[in-house]
Every structure is written in C-alpha cells, then in structure tokens.
Design a protein around this ligand. Structure first.
Ligand SMILES: [Zn+2]
Length: 415
C-alpha cells in the first residue's frame, strides 16, 4: 500500500464531520491539489471520548460513499504502541507507531555496537546534497545518537512486525512518530534514526520528528521561523539522502503533527516542498473540533448555549483538562474571559473570539486553546451534544469545510 505524495490527517472528536472534511479535500482536487484524506484518532482521544477505532472507519466509509470519493483514503491508528494496537487492527490501514516514550532509554549494548558498526562509514566530514557545508560526524556523536534513539526504533520494529504479522506487510502504511518528545531532533539525528529504521526493516512512508519551536494546539507556531525553515529544508534533504543510501521507501516523507493552524510556517513549508518536489503529511484533526464549537455558536439558540457551557465548564476544570496537554499549550489565565462576560456574548462575538483569524480584534488564543482541550466536556454532555451537532449540521459543516480548505489546504498546497 503506497501512500500518495500529499495527505491530510483529518478526523474529529465526535465522528460527525467526515463529510465536511472530505468536502474540503474534494474542493482542493477540483483546484488541482491531489491530496488524500487520512482519518486519524489516537487511543488517548478514544478513551477520553468513549469511542472505538471501528467508529472512525465507519465515519470514513460513510463520508467516502456519500460524496462519491474514488481515490484512496486511510484510517490511521494514531499514536499507538504494542499495548493498544490490537483494537485498531481490523479498522486501520495506516499505523502511526509512537515510540517517543522510549527516547533516551538504555538499549542493549550489543545492539548499540551493531548500530555504530553499521554507520561507521559516516564518521568524519560528509556531505548531503542541499545541506550547506559539511557535516562533521564523530564516533561520540554516533554513540550518543544510538544511546538516545536506538531503543525507540527497535520498539517501532516490534510494533511494525506485530501489525505486519496480523495484516500482511503490504496492506498498511507505516509512520514512525517521535514528535511527542521534549526536545526537537536535529537533521543529523534524523539521518541516523532513518538508518536505524532501515536496519530494522520498517518500510516507513512517513516520519514525524519533533521540529524546533512550539506547536501549541490550535494556534499559530511559536518560535524562530527562519530556524524552522532551515531545519525543515535539512530534514527533507536528509530524507532524500536516506531513501537512496538506506533503501527506504521512495515515497518517504515528513509528517507534521499538530500541523493545523501553524499559519506563520505555511509559507516556508510550501516553498520548501516546491523546491524539493517533496510530499507531505499534514495533520489537522484538532482544528475541526474548534470549528464544531464555532458552528454551534453561530447557529444560535441552544447551539450557542452549548458553546458557552463548554467554555464555562472547561474553565471550571482548567487544571484537569490542561494537564495531559502541558507541553502543547500555553494559556495565559489572566486573559480568559469570565463566564459572566461570555454569557453576554452573541453568536458573532463568540465565534470571532474562537476563530483563528489573527486580524480580528476579538480573537483570543487563550480562549481557543482552552476550548481545544475541552472536548471532554462535550463528551460528558453525551446525547445533548450529539443532537446539537445533528440539528445544526449545515452551519457546522460550512465552517469545518471552509477552515480546512481556506486556512489550511489553500495556504500550503495551492497558493
Ligand atoms: Zn501527533
């Protein structure tokens, strides 16, 4: 199974926006951008919301059927490990092997020796096309990189072989993800991670590193854009080199997690993809939940009541909701409005505060990040929330499609 050059990770907390999301991808296709949809949902999300992996496949199948989508589509077992992968086996054809937790853990001495022997030829000064200057790699570098990442890659190998045994090696797409770690990986580290992935015979088609800077949920990139651009270029240069050098799949490409809403790096990303004629997997699932709330607010009536209630309760459960996302949100509590204030807002004021339009004076990134982590509140509302999604489907679908197409696809793939 060969993943296309451009793919977009979509998916939504409550499995109701499949069609609205696919509509954005169809619109892209009509305008010359051939990207395929990948519906993704992590085990973490499933357990918070109470959904099952099979629900995502049902959502994807239904959307594809309803809109007559003829190209490929994928269902991603997102951020899985050996402990939870089995429940995804039947419904997924894309597996994101998350081994970030194993970074820095001690690996077998013998494995480390083999890794160093395999990569010894890179010690000294080496050149990689499109990376400026020579890389100076020492024995010490190799030892440090091996000690830091080898166990993680070995783990990825174990998960891959477990899935391959059940599904057959050619029947799914493999991604290796190390994005949920504390430190970004440098392009040199990436080179040797890819070397280890190849040695482990994992046919990775996408790799998700942790990039430099902060990728906070649902809001713009925070960091040095020039540095990001340099590293993004170097990462692609390394991937191209690794494909040839290590015999990795020719379509191996970068996967950008928490990729929604990082508007300030979309231009550098677009330029770099063009320069290398490179592919990309862009994950945007989280942004759709926010559009759902915007759509509910705009619908007015009990839709607006629900949107207000989600905020009020999220504020009340601030610490509990924010804890699992500590490394990917930055909320200034002093800039959050009080429930009294929000109770006076009309539909437009609520939507403007939440919508990611940096030019709008009402936009509040603190409010937006809190709602982002607040989906558990909506899950607790149960039927009441789902009924509202169905009642106001039209208004919500419009905001979901517009957001993915206008603010995301257009800026990265079409402009
Ligand atoms: Zn991720």
């Amino acid at each position: 199974m060969k993943l296309e050059k451009f793919s977009i990770g979509i998916g939504d907390r409550f499995a109701h926006q499949g069609k609205a999301q696919l509509a954005a991808i169809i619109k892209a296709k009509q305008q010359g951008c051939n990207a395929v949809p990948v519906w993704n949902k992590s085990n973490r999300e499933h357990s918070i919301i109470g959904t099952k992996p099979a629900d995502v496949k049902m959502e994807a199948d239904a959307a594809v059927k309803a809109l007559g989508w003829k190209d490929s589509y994928y269902v991603d077992a997102d951020h899985i490990n050996l402990n939870n992968v089995d429940s995804f086996m039947d419904s997924s054809n894309f597996f994101t092997l998350d081994v970030a937790d194993c970074i820095g853990q001690t690996c077998d001495e013998k494995d480390l020796k083999t890794f160093i022997a395999q990569n010894k030829k890179f010690i000294g000064k080496m050149e990689i096309p499109y990376i400026e200057g020579k890389l100076n790699i020492t024995q010490d570098d190799l030892e440090k990189i091996g000690a830091k990442f080898l166990l993680a890659v070995k783990k990825a190998g174990e998960i891959y072989r477990h899935v391959a045994e059940k599904k057959g090696g050619n029947n799914f797409v493999t991604e290796v993800s190390v994005d949920e770690s504390n430190q970004p990986q440098s392009p040199v580290e990436m080179l040797f991670i890819l070397s280890a992935i190849a040695a482990e015979k994992i046919p990775a088609q996408t790799i998700a590193p942790k990039f430099t800077g902060r990728f906070n949920k649902g809001v713009d990139y925070v960091g040095d854009i020039k540095q990001f651009e340099k590293e993004f270029n170097e990462d692609i240069a390394v991937i191209n080199f690794a494909i040839k050098e290590f015999g990795l799949p020719a379509n191996l490409k970068l996967s950008v997690h928490s990729g929604s809403d990082k508007f300030s790096i979309y231009t550098p990303i677009r330029k770099t993809l063009k320069k290398f004629n490179a592919g990309l997997h862009l994950k945007t699932a989280g942004t759709t939940w926010l559009e759902e709330i915007i759509g509910l607010a705009l619908a007015g009536g009990c839709g607006l009541d629900i949107a207000r209630e989600v905020y009020n309760q999220a504020l009340e459960h601030f610490d509990e909701l924010c804890a699992p996302y500590a490394t990917v949100i930055d909320i200034d509590k002093s800039k959050l409005p009080s429930p009294q204030e929000v109770s006076k807002w009309d539909s437009v004021k609520y939507a403007n505060t939440l919508r990611h339009d940096q030019k709008c004076k009402d936009y509040n990134p603190n409010f937006r990040q809190l709602i982002h982590v607040g989906y558990k509140i909506a899950a607790k509302m149960g039927h009441c929330y789902i009924e509202a999604l169905e009642k106001y489907e039209g208004t919500i679908a419009k905001t979901v499609t517009e957001n993915i197409f206008d603010r995301h696809i257009k800026r990265i793939f079409l402009d």
